[in-house]
Ligand binder design. Structure first.
Ligand code: TZP
Ligand code: MG
Length: 215
């Protein structure tokens, strides 16, 4: 069940669509497969594309996500988020500062990546809508520079802030229940979703774990 925390209700699964991780399959095909599985919150993460290409992809994602009543978050790029009509933006510690992003985004969603309690509390004080926290486990998708945080640290963050927490990093169908049980409102997943032989089925299986209480 989505958890109402800090005024924002997040679905249990936060899919991150990264065109570099789709095994060269067409973006729209994979986006549709995610949405058919029941994704209600999707982040577009395009690190290496020219801005015009990112915007085209973001607009395509916006059209599709609207058709499936799914919220869309754009990673890193406030400008692209605003230009495509996304629901929000997700920013890291090195991206545009929260206070500046809030001026531009108004009451749209802003998520902030955090890696420890201090960063989490700063994001909450600064008016973020949710925090990302990780990397939870080992991951090869991103060189984060941080060791795996683990579920015990996630429990500490859960006690220390009241914002919804999106756990990220190395989360799979096999370990997702642990992060929900440790207090994550939502689990952000890239490779286990996009690398699946059947993306739609993978989403459905993960969501079924949530609705049956895990295990
Ligand atoms: N931020 C922290 S870990 C990570 C990001 C973007 C990568 C998550 O990818 P995966 O494949 O789900 O481990
Ligand atoms: Mg970033």
């Amino acid at each position: 069940m989505p958890q109402p925390l800090g005024g924002l209700t997040l679905p249990p699964l936060y899919a991150i669509f990264d065109p570099q991780q789709t095994k060269a399959r067409a973006a729209e095909t994979v986006l549709r497969e995610l949405l058919e599985g029941g994704i209600e919150l999707l982040q577009l993460r395009a690190k290496v594309m020219p801005s015009g290409d990112i915007l085209r992809l973001a607009c395509a994602a916006r059209t599709l996500t609207h058709a499936y009543a799914c919220r869309l978050i754009v990673n890193d790029r406030v400008d692209v988020a605003l230009a495509c009509g996304a629901d929000g933006v997700h920013l890291g510690q090195e991206d545009l500062p929260l206070v500046a992003a809030r001026k531009l985004m108004g009451d749209k969603l802003i998520g902030i990546s955090t890696h420890d309690l201090e960063q989490a509390r700063a994001a909450e004080r600064g008016g973020a809508d949710y925090i990302g926290f990780g990397p939870m486990f080992g991951t090869t998708t991103k060189a984060t520079g941080y060791s795996a945080r683990g579920v015990e640290m996630l429990r500490v963050i859960r006690k220390g802030v009241s914002l919804p927490i999106v756990a990220i990093g190395g989360i799979t169908e096999a370990n997702v229940t642990q992060v929900w049980q440790a207090g994550a409102s939502s689990a952000a997943i890239i490779s286990d979703l996009l690398g699946a032989d059947d993306v739609t089925d993978k989403v459905k299986r993960i969501l079924a774990r949530r609705s049956t209480g895990g295990a």
